[in-house]
Design a protein around this ligand. Structure first.
Ligand SMILES: N[C@@H](Cc1c[nH]c[nH+]1)C(=O)O
Length: 412
């Protein structure tokens, strides 16, 4: 037997048994929160034309996409990101809708990234997008939903970091650097490399005020006072407005009673260049990467022909699952209620009994007993599947004996 046949490629994995049950249950808990906030489900295809994700959309780098061809030689990609698909969909089906749309989704994203830190190449995301609302109320609602969704999974210790791409863009506008330098600076700030930033800035000509602020950026994270400090250091209008928006969002989140979950990071940048306003990421322990990412993207829909602001986020379900399991947070799963084990001659009775239980919304596994396995092996098998009770129907189907996988025989 060729064992190689059983392997999956790097970056994808099977999920089965208890882990699969927990993942489905967590997704359900999150979906319930999305629905409580009035979001409606949407499904988009797993692959799309390459154009939906090409560079100017500001999604994932083209090298990180799985591309292939259809019979007509169109280039297709496995979606690396669900947000551009939703933007396309909304432009197609809701072109004339003037008022806000609230959509939620669950699906796989595929990114052909270099395999480091065990990152999955197929990852499950569940998220929401609000289209058609440019108010701070919408920004704050996103963060509130993200927090409530994480809380619904049982997670307690997590933090949402909030940034504002417009703050940084305001400063960049003023700095007049070439694109390569901009990229270098972005990387240095993202890595909080203070000395790197200092060295790079020493070769640039710009106002001392601006230099001081760029230098300070890697340190500008923490509570709301940190961003107030940044505001006091600049007269750049775009940057000041960006911070004022964050201050107002904090006020709204306080009204939700969720203000304590939020901290700020003005040096936070994203690989997605479609973001135009707030961006945020949520972190917890037990996984090195963020578990939620989102932000405002007011110019993306325009590219599909609908001029509408938008804001949204996605939860990285697989990372959340590893955090939950490392933090030993239990998830209640929908286990099978009963296994009915029957001898061949008791088949009709077994089917009738299963039908009755299923009508009462009890889940039932029907299993015809073979002569190769003993009764206790079946009982152990039920126990492995976390099925609590087993009903055995003997040869004439008249005698049904119920067993508990924990305590043995319970009733005749
Ligand atoms: N699509 C983004 C998350 C997001 C949803 N909406 C806005 N942003 C991501 O994959 O990180």
């Amino acid at each position: 037997m060729n064992n190689q046949l059983l392997h999956t490629p790097d970056g994808v994995r099977d999920i089965y048994g208890d882990e699969c049950a927990r993942k489905l249950a967590v997704q359900e808990q999150i979906k319930n929160v999305f629905h409580l906030y009035g979001y409606q489900n949407i499904e988009t295809p797993a692959f799309e034309f390459f154009d939906i994700f090409k560079a100017e959309r500001g999604s994932v780098d083209s090298r990180e996409m799985y591309k292939f061809f259809d019979r007509e030689n169109n280039t297709l990609v496995l979606r690396p990101d669900i947000t551009p698909s939703i933007a396309r969909c909304v432009a197609k089906y809701f072109m004339d809708e003037q008022l806000p749309l609230r959509l939620c989704y669950l699906g796989s994203t595929f990114q052909n990234s270099t395999s480091y830190r065990g990152r999955l190449k197929e990852a499950t995301q569940t998220g929401v997008e609000m289209i058609g609302d440019d108010l701070i109320d919408a920004d704050a609602e996103m963060i509130a939903i993200a927090i409530d969704a994480l809380k619904a999974t049982g997670l307690k210790e997590f933090q949402v970091e909030l940034g504002q791409v417009d703050f940084y863009r305001g400063l960049l506008e003023e700095a007049h650097m070439d694109e390569e330098t901009q990229d270098q600076l972005r990387e240095l700030i993202e890595n909080k490399n203070y000395f790197g930033v200092e060295e790079l800035l020493s070769e640039q000509t710009m106002s001392p005020e601006l230099k001081r602020l760029f230098l300070k950026l890697p340190e500008l994270f923490g509570d709301i006072d940190q961003i107030r400090l940044a505001k006091s250091m600049t007269s750049n209008l775009r940057a000041v407005r960006a911070i004022e928006r964050l201050e107002k969002i904090q006020e709204i989140l306080d009204s939700y009673g969720l203000g304590d979950y939020v901290s700020y990071d003005l040096g936070m940048l994203s690989k997605y260049s479609y973001y135009t306003g707030i961006i945020f990421k949520a972190y917890t322990y037990g996984t090195g990467d963020y578990i939620v990412a989102g932000g405002r993207y007011d110019k993306l829909l325009e590219q599909f022909g609908k001029n509408a602001p938008a804001v949204g986020f996605a939860i990285e379900v697989d990372r959340l699952m590893s955090a939950l399991s490392r933090q030993k947070i239990c998830t209640k799963t929908d286990d099978v209620d009963t296994m009915i084990l029957y001898e061949e001659s008791a088949r009709a009775e077994a089917i009738r009994m299963a039908g009755e239980l299923r009508a009462e919304k009890k889940s039932v596994q029907l299993l015809r007993k073979d002569s190769l396995h003993s009764f206790s092996e079946y009982l152990a098998c039920a126990s492995r599947q976390k099925i609590k009770s087993l009903i055995y129907l003997d040869g004439d189907g008249k005698r049904a004996v119920k067993y508990s996988t924990e305590d043995g025989e319970v009733q005749a």
